[in-house]
Design a protein around this ligand. Structure first.
Ligand code: FEO
Length: 404
């Protein structure tokens, strides 16, 4: 095994041995503009423990980094915190090559791994509260985190070092040469953390809130939060914990986003006029034209907002296809506590706005106003756009106040 690639030491006996995927730009529909990492960790001792694997094509990168610390054949135990293939994809080959004495996962993880690999590997099940001590100096305890974000998801806590291996939670898609959060510009960390929460964890926001409460109650002496993607938290852990608390609450704020597309600039003209009206009323506004705004970025903006406006032309008796994409994606991620409005220009039938409203209502957006304009907006129609914006601003302020 080559030793060209190096492990990075977190603390005594704990190393990062993961892989950096500089080139990935699509992670099941999530636009990973800064790439990603698949983090794997090695705990050394009389028994060496590997926490999580990497995506299948990166197996040799993991083994190379492990080789810089120990002979990979001396990995005695593998713990799989999460069965999604970006972490488990390399496990069949790793297990075949390394022949570990034991492989652990949550009870649901056993099922998920078997369903993926149709294997006969004897994986040992773990539950919340279980502790194993493979050797002196290595005590591992486990916390099931079901639906954060898969049924099998689990945290592993290394008691001696205080490292919480948190799989997808507290992570981000960010390829860097730096392994620690405090080595990366803070605005990048915030942006990528927001994006990750909004695009991966948002449907389970109430569970995040419950998890933060229950883990807080355990008073674990956590010194590091080591997620499976992106850099590792070793300082100021309260920063990410506070972000997660705030994002999981999804409180509406005095901010509006206008997601729209346009055929001949009529719906765009409406969007811009409505935005001016909202700005005049003191609302923070972001226009998100779908020609050039990826659904991933839209979700980041949805994370902290109060008013969602959607503008669509009608094309062949339907809403515009880009809106169907963005709203389908948003429906799956289920943002909460939003009020909404729908607008758009049409030629003769005008189903687009109605269909957009149905999409929004499917994930409980309270749609308050609809405005349709035939063909190109006249002066009178633009005045209606201004009135629409003023009305939406008033409703947003009331909605936010009701949440205080
Ligand atoms: Fe990073 Fe849910 O896998």
């Amino acid at each position: 095994m080559d030793k060209l690639l190096k492990a990075v030491k977190l603390t005594k006996n704990v190393y990062w041995v993961g892989a950096i995927d500089w080139g990935i730009r699509d992670f099941h529909g999530y636009n990973t503009v800064r790439g990603s990492t698949y983090n794997s960790f090695l705990i050394t001792g009389e028994k060496n423990v590997l926490i999580d694997g990497v995506k299948k094509p990166f197996k040799d990168e993991l083994l190379s980094r492990v080789s810089s610390v120990i002979d990979p054949k001396e990995v005695h135990i593998i713990v799989s915190n999460h069965a999604e293939l970006d972490h488990s994809g390399s496990l069949p080959e790793l297990i075949a090559e390394l022949q570990p004495e034991k492989v652990y996962a949550s009870a649901m993880g056993l099922k998920a791994l078997k369903a993926h690999f149709h294997w006969d590997v004897d994986v040992l099940p773990l539950k919340s509260g279980n502790t194993i001590t493979p050797c002196p100096g290595t005590t591992l305890s486990f916390i099931e985190t079901k639906m954060l974000h898969w049924p099998d998801s689990m945290f592993t806590f290394h008691e001696e070092s205080g490292v919480l291996f948190s799989q997808d939670a507290f992570g981000m898609h960010l390829a860097t040469g730096e392994r620690f959060i405090d080595e990366v510009p803070p605005e990048v960390i915030l942006e990528e953390s927001e994006k990750y929460f909004a695009n991966i964890l948002l449907p389970y926001a109430p569970r995040v809130a419950n998890l933060l409460t229950s883990v807080g109650a355990m008073s674990l002496p956590i010194s590091f939060i080591a997620p499976d993607h992106g850099p590792i938290w070793r300082k100021d852990l309260h920063v990410v914990l506070n972000w997660y608390k705030r994002w999981s609450e999804q409180r509406p704020v005095n901010k509006a986003i206008i997601v729209y597309d346009t055929m001949w600039n009529s719906t765009e003209n409406m969007a811009r006029t409505i935005s001016e009206s909202l700005i005049e009323e003191g609302i923070l506004v972001k226009l998100l034209p779908l020609k050039g705004t990826h659904r991933t970025e839209i979700m980041r903006e949805v994370l902290e907002v109060g008013l969602l406006l959607v503008g669509t032309p009608t094309l062949n008796n339907n809403l515009f296809p880009t809106l169907a994409d963005a709203l389908t994606y948003m429906k799956g991620l289920r943002p909460q506590h939003l009020i909404g409005g729908v607008f758009g220009s049409y030629g003769w039938s005008g189903e687009g706005a109605k269909q957009a409203q149905e999409y929004l209502e499917a994930f409980d957006v309270d749609v308050r106003e609809t405005l349709r304009v035939k063909y190109r907006p006249s002066q009178e129609a633009l005045e209606k756009c201004i009135a629409f914006g003023k009305e939406m601003a008033a409703q947003l302020k009331k909605h936010v106040a009701e949440f205080q």
